[in-house]
Design a binder for this molecule. Structure first.
Ligand code: PDD
Length: 279
C-alpha cells in the first residue's frame, strides 16, 4: 500500500516510527477509516468532521485541511479504485509520562490507502448474512472518540473469530446492546429501525447516519433506542453497518437464528439503497 507519512509519500512498509511515540506507549492517537469507491473517498467530509471531533476531545492539535490535501494527493497517486483509506494522528514522540508533554511535540500523521475486493453487492450478489456473538462491552466511557485504544474491541473480535463468527456485538452492564466491535447495530421492530442513540457510549457511525437518510427515502421510521440483550432474538431483523461492513444482515446471534435465519427484507432493501448510493 502507498502511504503518506507526515507529508512524504512512501510504501507503507518503509514507514518508521519511534517506540516513544505515544500511540505505541499509551494508544494516544485517533483515527478514521474511509471507503474508496471508483477512486473517490466516500463521505470524506463526514469522516474529516468526525476526525476533528476526536482530535479536539483528546486535545491533539493537527491541521485537518492539510491532511485532506495529502489524502487527495496520495489517493490519486495510488491509483486505487476500490479501497480503504486509513488516517491516524498520534500525539507524537516524548519521554514516557502519562500527562501530556509540556514541550511542544509534533503529531505523527499517517495516511495509507489499501486496495480491497469490490463489495459483493457491486457484482449484483447479495452480501452473505453474518453470525455474531454477544460479548461484554469492556470499553471506556468515551466511545464517541475514535481512538486507537482498541484492546476491548480486539478482544471482542477475537472472541467472535474463535467461535466461528463474523462480529461480536457488545452488551453494556445495563443490558443494552451498544454496537459491534467495529460496526454499528440496527434492529427492525414492527417495520421501524431501532439503533442506540449517538451518545458517548457508541461511535457515531458515518454509515449509521447514511442509513438514517436511506431509511427516510424509503419511508422507514428510525427510533434511537438501544436494543436490549434479553429481547435480541425476538426482533424481526438485525443488521450491522460500517465503512467496510456496509449494510450486512445478522442471521444468527449466539447460535440462535434471527427471523427465519436469512437476511430480512428491510435489511435487503437498505442494502440495495446503500449499493445505489455509493455508485
Ligand atoms: N470501524 N462502531 C465502531 C466501534 C467502529 O469501530 C466502527 C468503524 C463503526 C462504524 O462506523 P463507520 O460507519 O463510520 O465506519 C461503529 C472502522 C471501520 C474500523 O475500526 O476500521
Amino acid at each position: 500500500p502507498l502511504a503518506n507519512w507526515n507529508g512524504d509519500e512512501m510504501p507503507l512498509d518503509q514507514v518508521r516510527v519511534s517506540v516513544l511515540d505515544r500511540a505505541f506507549l499509551f494508544g494516544d492517537a485517533v483515527y478514521e477509516a474511509i471507503r474508496v469507491y471508483s477512486g473517490r473517498a466516500w463521505l470524506l467530509g463526514e469522516h474529516l468532521q468526525r476526525l476533528r471531533h476526536s482530535l479536539k476531545e483528546v486535545q491533539i492539535v493537527a491541521d485537518v485541511d492539510r491532511l485532506h490535501e495529502r489524502l487527495a494527493r496520495t489517493l490519486a497517486n495510488s491509483d486505487v479504485q476500490e479501497g480503504v483509506i486509513y488516517i491516524q494522528v498520534t500525539r507524537g514522540e516524548a519521554p514516557r509520562r502519562h500527562a501530556f508533554p509540556k514541550e511542544p511535540v509534533t503529531p505523527n500523521e499517517l495516511i495509507y490507502i489499501k486496495e480491497v475486493e469490490p463489495s459483493p453487492t457491486a457484482a449484483g450478489e447479495p452480501r452473505p448474512g453474518m453470525r455474531v456473538v454477544t460479548f461484554p462491552d469492556w470499553r471506556w466511557k468515551r466511545c464517541d472518540i475514535k481512538s486507537t485504544n482498541l484492546l476491548a474491541n480486539c478482544i471482542a473480535a477475537e472472541h467472535a473469530e474463535v467461535n466461528g463468527c463474523d462480529e461480536a456485538i457488545l452488551v453494556h452492564h445495563d443490558g443494552s446492546v451498544s454496537e459491534g466491535s467495529r460496526s454499528s447495530l440496527f434492529a427492525v421492530r414492527a417495520g421501524a429501525l431501532l439503533t442506540a442513540p449517538a451518545d458517548e457510549s457508541i461511535l457515531p457511525g458515518i454509515t449509521r447516519q447514511l442509513v438514517f437518510r436511506l431509511a427516510d427515502r424509503i419511508g422507514l421510521r428510525v427510533i434511537e433506542e438501544a436494543v436490549r440483550h434479553e429481547t435480541l432474538t425476538q426482533l424481526d431483523e438485525l443488521f450491522l453497518t460500517g465503512t467496510t461492513t456496509e449494510v450486512a444482515g445478522i442471521i444468527d446471534v449466539d447460535g440462535r437464528p434471527i427471523g427465519d435465519g436469512t437476511t430480512g427484507p428491510v435489511t435487503a432493501a437498505l442494502q440495495d439503497a446503500h449499493h445505489r448510493a455509493v455508485q
